[in-house]
Ligand binder design. Structure first.
Ligand SMILES: Nc1ncnc2c1ncn2[C@@H]1O[C@H](COP(=O)(O)OP(=O)(O)OP(=O)(O)O)[C@@H](O)[C@H]1O
Ligand SMILES: [Mg+2]
Length: 504
C-alpha cells in the first residue's frame, strides 16, 4: 500500500477545480454589467469589483432582503428603487406598513397615499376583473386574515352575499365589467345578509349573525376604509412613478394586511392584463417591507407575483428582519437574496440551510456592520462558481457614519484571539443616537458623547464609552439594558460595569 498516489492531470483540468481557482466571488464578467442596463449596488469585498445587478441571467427579478433592525434594508430598497427609476423608468409601489418610506418618497417627488387618513379603497372594485374572480379574492383575503375557513357556512353565506351585491348593482358576475360602472361595497353585501336574517327563512340564524358581524368589522362608521367608493385608481397608481401607500394610519394589523392583500391582488391582475412585455428593464417593482402576514401566507398574491412576475417584468422586493417570516415559496424562488447583518443563530442557520453558503461566508456575515451585505443570486444555468459573495458595503445615496465601540479594553488577550467573541460593535450614527434615547440617556449627554467620539475618528473603547454614559447621568440598569441589546453576555456585562465604575 502506498501513502501517496500520483496522478497525471492537465493543468486546464486543475484550473477547473473550484478548490484551486475560485475564491468565493463570482468572476468579474458576471458582476459587472453595462451601466445603462444594470443597477450599481457596491463593490465586492475581496477583489473590489464594482457589482451591478441585472436580472438578465437570473431566474427572476424578485428579491428578498433580510437583516436585523438598523442593518440597512430600507436604505438598500430606497437606493435600488431610485436607480431602477433612472435606468429603466421603473415604477414602484411601496406597501408602507410603518410609514418608513413616506418622507423619502415625498422628498423624491413621488406620490404618497395615506389610507385611513383621507384615502379609501373599495375592496369590491373590479379594475377590469370579473366579479366572480374578485369575490374569490376577497374570500381568500378573509381566509388569510380571519378564521372564517373554519366556518364553512359563514364563508358560503359571505361569498353568496358578495356575488348578489354585484348582481344587484347590474353586473354579470361571470363577465368582465363594462368600463366606468361603480362597484357595490361591503355595506351592500352586509345589507343583503341582514335582510336574509330578518325575513326569518334561514335555518341557522346564528351563522348569519356571525357572518354579518365579521363583515361589519370592515364597514363600521369611521372605520369603513374598504367599504366606500375608492378615492384612488390602483391601475393608474401602478404606472405613476414612485408611489408610497402609507398604511400606518389604519387602526390595526388586520386592516393593514387587508389593504396590502387587496393592492397585491389588483397589481397581479394588472400584470396579467398588461401581458408579456418586451424590453430589458423592469416595469414595476412592488415593495413589501415587514409585511409578514402578507409575505408568509402561501395564498397571498405575493407568491403568485414571484411565480409569474418575470415574463411581465414585474418585480417583488420583500424585506424582513426575520427570514422565516417570508413564505418558503417566495424565499426559495426569488432570484436574488441580500443578507445584511444577522444576529440570531437560528436565522443564520436557516439562511445557510436554504442558500447553502460556506462557513467562510457565514463568519463574514456574522461580523457585518451597517450596510454590509452578502448577495445570493440564482442563475438560470448552472455555473461553476459560488453563488453567494460579500459586498464591502451597499453604496447608497446618503452618507454613512459608522461609530465603533471597541472591546479591546474589556477582553483578555485569549478572548481577543478567540474566534467567537465579538471584538467591536458598529452603529450607524442615527441608530446609535436612537438607542441611547431608548435607554434614557439624557439628551445633553448624548450630544457630548457624540462630540467626544467624533473627535476621535468615531471610535471609542467600551469602558470609556460606559464611563461617558455614567458621567452623563445614565442609570446603571439602562446601561445594562443597552449592553444586553447588543447581545453581550451577562458575565461580560458585569465585568464591564464593575471595571467602569471601579475606575479600573
Ligand atoms: N449602506 C448604507 N450606507 C449608508 N447608510 C446606511 C446604509 N445602510 C443603512 N444606513 C443607515 O442606517 C440606518 C438604518 O438603516 P435602515 O433604516 O435601512 O435599517 P432597516 O434594516 O430598514 O431597519 P428596520 O428593520 O428597523 O426597518 C439609517 O439611518 C440608514 O440611513
Ligand atoms: Mg426598514
Amino acid at each position: 500500500m502506498t501513502l501517496l498516489k500520483f496522478q497525471h492531470i492537465m493543468s486546464n483540468e486543475i484550473a477547473k477545480r473550484a478548490f484551486f481557482s475560485r475564491p468565493p466571488e463570482p468572476p468579474a464578467n458576471i458582476l459587472i454589467n453595462e451601466p445603462l442596463k444594470a443597477i450599481f449596488i457596491g463593490t465586492t469585498k475581496i477583489f473590489k469589483v464594482p457589482f451591478s445587478w441585472s436580472f438578465a441571467n437570473l431566474t427572476n427579478p424578485h428579491m428578498a432582503v433580510v437583516g436585523i433592525t438598523g442593518a440597512g434594508k430600507s436604505y438598500f430598497v430606497k437606493t435600488f428603487l431610485i436607480r431602477a427609476s433612472y435606468i429603466w423608468g421603473t415604477n414602484a409601489v411601496i406597501i408602507d406598513w410603518a410609514s418608513e418610506y413616506k418622507a423619502w418618497v415625498r422628498q423624491s417627488g413621488g406620490t404618497v397615499i395615506s389610507l385611513g387618513k383621507g384615502d379609501y379603497l373599495n375592496i369590491m372594485d373590479l379594475s377590469g376583473m370579473k366579479p366572480l374572480d374578485r369575490v374569490k379574492q376577497i374570500i381568500t383575503s378573509f381566509d388569510i386574515l380571519t378564521d372564517i375557513s373554519e366556518y364553512p357556512e359563514q364563508r358560503r353565506l359571505t361569498e353568496e352575499a358578495l356575488e348578489q351585491a354585484y348582481v344587484n348593482a347590474g353586473f354579470i358576475i361571470s363577465e368582465k365589467p363594462p368600463p366606468n360602472k361603480d362597484a357595490p361595497t361591503l355595506k351592500d353585501a352586509i345589507s343583503l345578509l341582514e335582510e336574509h336574517l330578518q325575513d326569518g327563512t334561514y335555518e341557522y340564524p346564528a351563522e348569519l349573525e356571525n357572518a354579518i358581524y365579521r363583515l361589519r368589522q370592515f364597514a363600521r362608521e369611521g372605520e369603513d376604509y374598504f367599504a366606500r367608493k375608492s378615492t384612488l385608481d390602483m391601475v393608474e397608481l401602478a404606472n405613476s412613478g414612485l408611489v408610497d401607500i402609507d398604511l400606518s394610519n389604519l387602526p390595526d394589523e388586520k386592516f393593514r394586511a387587508l389593504a396590502a392583500l387587496f393592492i397585491l391582488q389588483t397589481l397581479k391582475e394588472r400584470m396579467r392584463f398588461e401581458g408579456y412585455a418586451e424590453g430589458k428593464g423592469l416595469k414595476t417593482l412592488v415593495v413589501l417591507d415587514e409585511a409578514w402576514k402578507v409575505a408568509s401566507d402561501e395564498k397571498s398574491d405575493a407568491v403568485t407575483i414571484v411565480r409569474e412576475g418575470r415574463k411581465y417584468q414585474f418585480g417583488l422586493i420583500v424585506a424582513s428582519q426575520n427570514p422565516t417570516d417570508i413564505n418558503e415559496a417566495i424565499f426559495s424562488n426569488v432570484g436574488t437574496t441580500f443578507i445584511l447583518r444577522i444576529r440570531f443563530e437560528k436565522f443564520m442557520n436557516y439562511l445557510q440551510g436554504s442558500l447553502n453558503f460556506s462557513e467562510f461566508i457565514k463568519s463574514e456575515i456574522s461580523r457585518f456592520g451597517v450596510g454590509q451585505a452578502a448577495v445570493d443570486m440564482a442563475f438560470q444555468t448552472a455555473l461553476r462558481f459560488p453563488e453567494v459573495f460579500v459586498l464591502d458595503r451597499i453604496k447608497g445615496e446618503e452618507p454613512l457614519y459608522v461609530y465603533t465601540v471597541d472591546m479591546s479594553d474589556v477582553l483578555t488577550q485569549s478572548e481577543l484571539s478567540a474566534a467567537l467573541i465579538q471584538r467591536d460593535y458598529q452603529f450607524e450614527g442615527d441608530e446609535l443616537k436612537n438607542k441611547l434615547i431608548e435607554y434614557n440617556v439624557p439628551g445633553d449627554a448624548i450630544t457630548s458623547i457624540f462630540s467626544t467620539v467624533d473627535s476621535q475618528g468615531r471610535s471609542i473603547k467600551m469602558l470609556d464609552f460606559v464611563r461617558l454614559l455614567i458621567s452623563g447621568g445614565a442609570q446603571t440598569n439602562d446601561i445594562v439594558g443597552f449592553l444586553k441589546s447588543l447581545s453581550i453576555e451577562d458575565m461580560l456585562i458585569t465585568r464591564i460595569i464593575s471595571a467602569a465604575t471601579g475606575g479600573a
